[in-house]
Design a protein. Structure first.
Length: 534
């Protein structure tokens, strides 16, 4: 045996051991590595070692399984056919068909090169289905989501040991009801295309109680796509028709006010291209794959940023819902996407003003008038309140200002009377607010990044209900003390800050929301590019 070949094989085994030893996001059974290195390798094994050495997932698999091939041997054909069938479903997942090199699966493996090509397709499919095609953090600095993907080399092992490799691969596809509803919609099951031949809806603006001949055409178009409404007089815009219009508006991403105005009519007449609909579904499917490692059947808080809504979900069902205000559209104020756990409900919270707000917004005001924003204290590094008369604000800049700012607990505190803490590097949390009128707006992107809750007391009661027989009383005992009080949630409740501009309701009806931060285009382009990189 050539010395170079032996060193390559040994490097593969060492690399595999290192790969297995790396911390994994999801725990997996340990895979044994030979205590003593093998000294003899067949030419095929050495060729396999050399070919896989630069591919971490495959190196980990081959290195911990005696350099046994996956697609050569008695089970090869069955495995290859199963993989070909599974990758053939790519378009139904919103994944470009070119993502998987089907030509590599077309013939029986007759050598190491073909074996590695087919194994790479297998690894890619498993990665995509268990954590997505695109790495979330590569798209935007405010997408902080870390995907909880299982070790791919362990999945390859399970594939080779499965008595039904086809079923094994299909079972790796996300099985969440929302994912399946999105798949149906992508295949046309939720199409909103009006059949040809129906008269156009004339221009107009109709509210409940109005009468017009054009309402008849409006009714016909809505009815043709499943949004019909019973009518006594077909020319009258009644409450039932308004409800039908509101449902249609929600489905196509318009404000669901139930008023048939120019935008709604243009959508119904097909004057607005609907390519965005399928694009929205494609990116929603990818975002759901990012969530594949999360237990979405467990009790959790789900905050969908473009929908301006927070929910508590339990066993896949919604048990609580409230409106929210999210970060504004300025990039440095947008609400980031990530998952964490809510650990505390804090009554009467003090507001520790973020450094960015202190130096960008308040310091210039203090330099102009030391008594500006007088409701907020200036504190030193030890938390001691410092008299403003002792500070020469003019000598400081944003870079060297040595103080912090903090607002006492009060009815007009920026955080209101309760906040919900999930410690994270970005200082994002849910909280009450004294600015209640914003919850009535259709567009609710106004905060500095945190999420303001429309019904904060009800959210507190719901979160505490698991650990208290009377959660309302528990919360108000803390609140009535008038001082900051931290109530620990036992157990902590997962919270997911997500960004779905297209998502199904509980009944599977697809709803669309404004892409308020403009994040969809970059993700869609990245998915399409991934189809060219195979």
């Amino acid at each position: 045996m050539h010395r170079f070949g032996l060193l390559t094989a040994m490097a593969l085994f060492i690399g595999a051991q290192s790969a297995v030893a790396q911390p994994q996001t999801v725990a997996a059974p340990a895979i044994g590595v030979a205590a003593t290195p093998r000294l003899h390798f067949t030419p095929q094994e050495m060729a396999l070692a050399q070919a896989a050495a630069g591919l971490p997932d495959l190196a980990a698999y081959y290195g911990t399984h005696g350099l046994r091939p996956i697609f050569m041997g008695p089970e090869a054909t069955r495995r290859r056919e199963a993989l070909l069938r599974a990758t053939g479903t790519a378009p139904s997942h919103g994944i470009p068909a070119g993502r998987y090199a089907s030509q590599a699966l077309a013939a029986d493996a007759v050598g190491v090169e073909t074996e590695i090509a087919q194994a790479e397709v297998l690894a890619r499919y498993l990665r995509d289905m268990t954590g997505g095609v695109v790495r979330p953090t590569s798209l935007d600095t405010l997408i902080k989501r870390e995907v909880k993907r299982p070790p791919i080399h362990a999945l390859i092992r399970d594939f080779t040991q499965s008595p039904d490799p086809g079923r094994f691969l299909l079972d790796r596809q996300p099985d969440h009801p929302a994912y399946q509803a999105l798949q149906r919609a992508l295949s046309g099951g939720e199409a909103l295309t009006v059949p040809a031949g129906l008269p156009r809806v004339p221009e107009g603006l109709w509210r409940v109680g109005m009468r017009d001949e054009g309402v008849t055409a409006l009714r016909a178009r809505l009815d043709s796509i499943g949004f019909g409404a019973p009518a006594g007089d077909p020319q009258v815009y009644d409450a039932a028709l308004s409800d039908a219009v509101a449902r249609y508006q929600a489905a196509v991403g318009l404000p669901s006010d139930g008023v048939a105005g120019p935008k709604t009519i243009r959508h119904l007449n097909g004057d607005i291209p609907d390519d965005s609909r399928s694009r929205g579904i494609v990116v929603a499917l990818e975002r759901m794959r990012w969530m594949a490692g999360e237990d979405l059947s467990a009790r959790h808080v789900w905050v969908n940023i473009p929908e301006y809504t927070a929910r508590i979900m339990e066993g896949g069902a919604e048990v609580f819902r409230t409106r929210v205000v999210v970060g504004s559209t300025d990039h440095d104020r947008q609400t980031p996407e990530f998952s964490d756990e809510i650990e505390y409900v804090v009554a009467n919270p003090r507001w520790n003003v973020p450094r960015s707000i202190t130096v960008k917004e308040y310091l210039p005001r203090l330099q102009a008038n030391r008594h500006a924003v007088s409701h907020i204290d200036v504190v030193d590094g030890n938390g001691n309140v410092i008299s403003r008369d002792r500070i020469d604000f003019g000598r400081y800049t944003a870079a060297n200002f040595p103080y912090r700012m903090r607002q006492k607990a009060s009815d007009d505190n920026a955080l209101g009377l309760v906040k919900f803490i999930f410690p994270n590097p970005w200082n994002i949390y849910l909280h009450d607010t004294p600015t209640k009128h914003l919850f009535q707006n259709a567009m609710r992107a106004h905060s500095h990044g945190c999420i303001r809750i429309g019904d904060p007391f009800d959210l507190a009661y719901n979160l505490l209900s698991v650990q208290a027989s009377d959660p309302k009383a528990m919360f108000h005992r803390a609140l009535d003390r008038g001082k900051e009080a931290w109530l620990k949630l036992t157990p902590a409740v997962p919270v997911h800050l997500v960004y779905f501009t297209t998502f199904p309701d509980a009944d599977g009806t697809i709803r669309r929301f404004e892409d308020v931060y403009g994040r969809d285009a970059a993700l869609y382009d990245a998915i399409q590019k991934a189809g060219l990189d195979s």
